[in-house]
Design a protein around this ligand. Structure first.
Ligand SMILES: Nc1ncnc2c1ncn2[C@@H]1O[C@H](COP(=O)(O)OP(=O)(O)OP(=O)(O)O)[C@@H](O)[C@H]1O
Ligand SMILES: [Mg+2]
Length: 273
């Protein structure tokens, strides 16, 4: 469905210096069936840049991005609008996407009207309520409020409800839970996981956290210095990492729960203690 082909992204730099390559000929094909793909990698490795390509927020310097068999750069208006509805984004800081002067209702209703998903205000509200409930929020506690009157976790879930209300086929979430506490993290990841199993929505999940990637993903993609250095099923990536960077990433996971068998060899386990 979504595919990045040999995409390079170079950011301009000051005169004289060579441009910064945020991505170096990255190719990634997401599975067509509903799936969760985790993208992990250290800060600055290119994860956000890759998701911005997938979301059409950035065009590659060279290479292409394909959706539904078409080059994103070549989509006509109707196809592009459809892509915009079908591929939704969830960002790290849910506060940054709200307009503080409007109640959250507006952020939830506008996209439904804009994409023509709901034909009336009542229909839009009904759908919004249903989506809020789907992410574990009570509509009565959420609607009619301003963004600052919600907790960070509530705001993040309102974002997910908003994405969900457009009946997307894919959600691209860049560090969706890094700003919320551990207990809420599990709840939000659970909501995202259920979107795949119950609504056939695919998820691209960008994270620093190898543990949650392992728990919810069908595939893990490891990035390092603008390149994909490893890609595979979680068991394969975690238990038999091939790239040295992946090995160091696995070794850096704190052994929080002694009950979890990470399958690491004794040497690596000893290193991480
Ligand atoms: N708009 C920009 N202009 C110049 N350089 C940029 C820009 N955006 C990103 N970069 C650079 O590109 C590289 C990749 O950045 P990116 O944001 O994709 O990393 P990341 O993996 O998402 O990191 P983090 O985990 O910290 O979010 C970094 O070196 C960054 O400094
Ligand atoms: Mg980032």
């Amino acid at each position: 469905m979504l595919e990045v082909r040999a995409a390079t992204v170079a950011f301009g730099s000051k005169r004289g210096a060579s441009p910064k390559l945020a991505l170096r000929a990255v190719s990634l094909k997401l599975p067509t069936e509903p799936s969760i793909t985790a993208i992990v990698g250290e800060s600055g490795s290119g994860k956000t840049t890759l998701t911005r390509l997938m979301l059409g927020l950035l065009a590659p310097t060279s290479g292409t991005v394909w959706y539904g068999g078409h080059d994103l750069g070549q989509l006509d208006r109707v196809a592009f609008l459809r892509y915009r509805r079908e591929v939704q984004a969830i960002f790290q800081d849910p506060y940054s996407v709200y307009n503080p002067f409007y109640k959250v209702d507006r952020s939830l209703l506008l996209p439904l009207m804009r994409f023509g998903v709901a034909r009336s205000r009542d229909e839009a509200y009904a759908r919004v309520r249903q989506c809020l409930e789907a992410v574990g929020l009570r509509p009565a506690d959420t609607l009619g409020r301003y963004p600052h009157q919600l907790s960070g976790g509530q705001r993040q879930r309102v974002m997910i409800a908003r994405a969900l209300s457009l009946q997307p086929r894919m959600i691209v979430a860049d560090e969706p839970v890094s700003m919320v506490d551990a207990s809420l993290r599990a709840t939000i990841l659970e909501s995202l996981y259920r979107l795949k199993t119950e609504r056939d929505v695919s998820l691209v999940y960008v994270t620093h956290d190898l543990t949650t990637a392992y728990q919810i993903a069908d595939r893990i993609v490891v990035m390092f210095n603008g390149e994909i250095v490893e890609e595979g099923e979680p068991d394969q990536v975690i238990h038999a990492p091939r790239h040295p960077y992946t090995r160091s990433l696995v070794a850096a996971v704190p052994p929080a729960d002694p009950g979890i068998d990470w399958g690491l060899d004794a040497e690596v386990t000893a290193l991480s203690r």
